[in-house]
Design a protein around this ligand. Structure first.
Ligand code: I6G
Length: 686
C-alpha cells in the first residue's frame, strides 16, 4: 500500500470510529433514554456516511458496527445453543388473593413478617431471548427454547436497533448475559400487516405471532425490515465485574449500558402496593404502545432472592399476575372431526366468528368425547369461548339455555353431537385407545388425512424445515395427487407448483429451491421427520446418537432398542413396527434416490458411558430442571432411571420435599445425592 493510501485509510478509520461512537450514542439516547438528540434524517445521514467509508475500506467494517443491522445472507438452519444458566419460567397468580399468598409464602420461608420490596413491571407479550456479551460486544442471541437449549438467532437480533451491538459506558462484567423480551409495538404490527395486505399476503394474527415469525426467519434481511424492539428484564450469566445488590439497581445499570428497559418499572413495598400497581396498569393497558399479558413482581434484594431459591422450573422470588383470560360468547355452528398424523380423531368446534383476546376466533378444540360430554354441548348452543395468551381457544362452558333454546330443543334445532363410527377422511374402521379417551383411524397411510399430516410433520421446523411449504400447500398437493408420500416432494417441478391456487411462479421457484436445500439434513431430523409414533425430537436424537446410522437402527430388534436411554417397551415396539413396514422402507429408499442425505454420525457405545449399568431413582422437586429433564440427562449418561427404590438402586437423587423413597433409600443404605451434587455430577460428566 502506498503512503497516500495508508494515510487515506488512517483518516477513514478515525472518521469511522467517530461515526460509530456518535451513532451508538444516538441509538442509546433514542432507545434507552427515550430522549432523541437528533432527527431520524440526521441519524440516517451519519449512517450513510459510515456505510460509504466501510464500502471504500472494507477492513473498517466490524460486526458491532451500526451498519450491520441490515441483515446478512440466509442461514441453512438455526444452530442449537445450550443456556449456561437455564431460562426458567415464572409462576402465575390469577387473582389478588393468589398474589397475597405469594407474599405469605415468601415471609414464611424467610421467617420474617416484614413487608418485602418488590419490583413491578408489565409483562410484555413477545418472545423471550438471551443476549450474550463478551467484553461489551454482542456475540450471541438465542431463543429460550425449552429453557435449557434454544436456537442461535444472532444474525436476527443484530438487526434490532434497541439491542446494543456494543455496550455503552463502563462497569459491565466481561461476560454478561442479558435477558428480555423481543416484541413488536402495536404501531409496527399495524404497519407490517398493512404492507402484507398490500402485497396480497396473509396478515399476522397478533403482534406476538408477528414477532415470533420475524425472529424465526433464516434470512435476517427479512427480520431487519420488521420494527422489532427488545426490552431487557434480567441477567443470566455474569462473570467478573461487580453488580449491584438489588434487581432495580441492576436494571438501572442495564439502562446505562444501552438497553431499553420498561419505563413503567417501579419498586414498591408490600403486596398491597403490588395489588394497586396491577389495578393501575390494567387501566393503562389499552393505551400502551405494546401488548402486555400481565404484571411481573420480583423480590428486589438479591440476598433474599438467593435465600428463596427456586422451585420446579421457576424462581420462588418472582411471580406473574396474569390478566384474566379473555372470554366472549358465540354460537356453536358445527363440530368437525379432524384426523391427526397418528390417526387420532379430534372434535373441532366451528363457531360463529367472534373477536376475543385480540383475534377473531372461528374454531376451538374440543379434545375428545369426554370433553363434549363434560360441557353438555349440543349443536346450536350459545357458548363461552376463552382465549388465554397464545393457547388454542377453548370452549369454557355452555350458556344456560333460555326459553329460546328450550324451544329450539323442542323444535329439534339443537342437535346432539354424533361421533363418527368410521374415519371421516378415508372410511376406515375406528379403534378406541386403551383408556377409551381417543378414537383412532386404522387406515394408516391409506388415509389421505394421515398422509397430509405426515407430510406436514416431515416438512416442519424441527424436521426437514422446508421453508415456505405450509399446510395449505400440502393439502392442495395431496388433493391434486401431485404427491403421495414425503419422498414425492423432491420430484416436484416449478410448473406443477405454479398451477396451485395462489402460487406465483416466483414463489413456486422459491419453494422448489427450499425443498432442494432441505435435501442436506441430519439423522436426528430425518428420524423425527419420519413421524414414528412416540419418537419426539429428544428420542430421535438419542436413537441417532446411539445407532449412528439409519441402517443400524433399522436392523435393531426390540431388545437392542431397549438399551437406548429413554426408550421403553412402547417406543421400542413402535420403532420396530415402523421399520418392518414395507411401505415405510420404500419411502426411505425413495428419499435416498431423490438425493436426500443424512450423514451417519459417530455412534456412542452406551456401555462405555459414565453411568452405564447403574440404576438411578429421582424423587422430590428439583429447582433447576424438571424430573423428566434430569431423567433424560442421566439416561444420556448411560443410567437406567426407574421409579422405585430397591436393593438394586445405585443412587437416589432427592429434591425438595422428598418423602418415602428417601426414607427407603436410607434404610437400604443406597447412596443419596441432593440437587447441587447432581448438578456437579452432570457438569463433570458433560
Ligand atoms: O418470562 C418473563 C417475562 C418477564 C420472565 C421475567 C420477566 O420479567 C419482567 N423475569 C424472569 C426472572 C423470568 N421470566 C424467569
Amino acid at each position: 500500500m502506498s503512503d497516500q493510501s495508508n494515510l487515506a485509510l488512517e483518516q477513514a478509520s478515525t472518521e469511522a470510529a467517530t461515526l460509530r461512537e456518535q451513532l451508538n450514542h444516538h441509538n442509546y439516547s433514542y432507545y434507552s433514554l427515550d430522549a432523541p438528540q437528533i432527527s431520524d434524517g440526521q441519524y440516517d445521514q451519519l449512517l450513510r456516511r459510515l456505510e460509504t467509508l466501510e464500502k471504500l475500506f472494507p477492513v473498517l467494517c466490524s460486526a458491532d458496527s451500526p451498519t450491520q443491522r441490515v441483515g446478512s445472507a440466509p442461514l441453512a438452519l438455526f444452530e442449537s445453543v445450550q443456556h449456561a444458566v437455564p431460562m426458567l419460567s415464572l409462576a402465575n397468580a390469577f387473582d389478588d388473593d393468589e398474589l397475597r399468598d405469594f407474599e405469605r409464602r415468601l415471609q414464611t420461608r424467610l421467617d420474617d413478617d416484614s413487608a418485602i420490596t418488590f419490583v413491578c413491571e408489565p409483562k410484555l407479550d413477545g418472545v423471550a431471548v438471551s443476549l450474550l456479551y463478551h467484553d461489551g460486544v454482542l456475540v450471541q442471541g438465542a431463543t429460550r427454547g425449552d429453557g435449557f437449549q434454544g436456537e442461535n438467532i444472532t444474525a436476527n437480533v443484530r438487526t434490532i436497533k434497541s439491542i446494543p451491538l456494543k455496550l455503552q459506558g463502563q462497569g459491565f462484567p466481561p461476560v454478561l448475559e442479558v435477558r428480555g423480551e423481543i416484541y413488536l409495538p402495536r404501531a409496527g404490527f399495524e404497519a407490517i400487516n398493512a404492507q402484507a395486505l398490500a402485497r396480497g399476503e396473509k396478515p399476522f394474527v397478533n403482534p406476538r405471532n408477528a414477532a415470533a415469525g420475524s425472529l424465526r426467519q433464516l434470512d435476517s434481511r427479512i427480520t431487519a425490515t420488521r420494527p422489532l424492539e427488545m426490552c431487557a428484564y434480567s441477567l443470566g450469566l455474569a462473570e467478573g465485574g461487580n453488580l449491584p445488590a438489588t434487581h432495580l439497581a441492576t436494571m438501572s445499570c442495564l439502562k446505562a449500558w444501552g438497553f431499553l428497559t420498561n419505563s413503567l418499572m417501579e419498586a414498591v413495598v408490600g403486596i398491597e402496593a403490588c395489588v394497586v400497581y396491577y389495578q393501575r396498569l390494567a387501566e393503562l393497558r389499552p393505551g400502551l404502545a405494546y401488548d402486555i399479558d400481565g404484571i411481573v413482581y420480583k423480590v428486589d434484594s438479591f440476598t433474599l432472592q438467593e435465600t428463596l431459591g427456586f422451585v420446579a422450573r421457576a424462581p420462588r422470588w418472582a411471580i406473574a399476575r396474569k390478566f384474566p383470560a379473555e372470554e366472549a360468547s358465540t354460537r356453536l355452528l358445527d363440530v368437525e372431526f379432524q384426523v391427526g398424523r397418528t390417526g387420532a380423531i379430534t372434535p373441532v368446534a366451528r363457531l360463529e366468528p367472534v373477536f376475543v383476546g385480540g383475534v377473531t376466533v372461528s374454531n376451538a378444540t374440543l379434545h375428545n368425547e369426554d370433553e363434549v360430554q363434560r360441557l353438555g354441548l349440543r349443536l346450536g348452543d350459545q357458548v363461552v369461548v376463552r382465549r388465554a395468551g397464545d393457547v388454542i381457544p377453548q370452549i369454557a362452558r355452555v350458556l344456560p339455555r333460555l326459553d329460546d333454546s328450550l324451544n329450539a330443543i323442542a323444535n329439534n334445532q339443537l342437535k346432539d353431537i354424533v361421533f363418527p363410527i368410521i374415519c371421516p377422511a378415508c372410511g376406515s374402521e375406528l379403534q378406541r385407545s386403551e383408556d377409551q379417551a381417543v378414537l383412532r383411524c386404522t387406515g394408516g397411510l391409506v388415509c389421505g388425512a394421515q398422509r397430509k399430516e405426515a407430510i406436514k410433520h416431515f416438512a416442519s421446523r424441527k424436521a426437514l424445515d422446508i421453508d415456505g411449504l405450509g399446510d395449505k400447500i400440502i393439502d392442495q398437493l395431496v388433493d391434486a395427487e401431485l404427491i403421495d408420500t414425503v419422498a414425492d416432494l423432491f420430484t416436484l417441478r416449478v410448473e406443477q407448483l405454479s398451477e396451485l391456487e395462489r402460487m406465483a411462479s416466483k414463489s413456486a421457484s422459491n419453494l422448489v429451491a427450499a425443498i432442494a436445500t432441505s435435501r442436506q439434513t441430519t439423522l436426528p431430523r430425518l428420524l423425527f421427520g419420519l413421524g414414528i409414533r412416540e419418537v419426539g425430537e429428544t428420542t430421535a436424537k438419542l436413537l441417532a446418537t446411539h445407532f449412528g446410522s439409519l441402517q443400524k437402527l433399522q436392523e435393531a430388534d426390540a431388545e437392542t432398542l431397549l438399551a437406548v436411554p429413554d426408550v421403553g417397551p412402547v417406543v421400542a415396539a413402535f420403532v420396530e413396527q415402523f421399520f418392518s413396514n414395507h411401505h415405510h422402507l420404500s419411502i426411505i429408499a425413495n428419499l435416498r434416490e431423490a438425493g436426500v442425505e443424512w450423514p451417519d454420525i459417530q455412534a456412542l457405545d452406551t456401555q462405555t458411558l459414565p453411568l452405564a449399568g447403574q440404576v438411578w431413582v429421582l424423587t422430590g422437586t428439583l429447582a433447576s430442571m424438571s424430573r423428566g429433564q434430569a431423567k433424560a440427562q442421566l439416561e444420556a449418561l448411560g443410567a437406567k432411571v426407574t421409579g422405585s427404590v430397591s436393593a438394586k438402586t445405585t443412587c437416589l437423587v432427592a429434591g425438595e420435599s422428598a418423602g418415602s423413597k428417601l426414607t427407603k433409600a436410607r434404610s437400604l443404605e443406597v447412596k443419596v445425592l441432593d440437587e447441587a451434587e447432581l448438578l456437579v455430577l452432570l457438569q463433570g460428566t458433560a
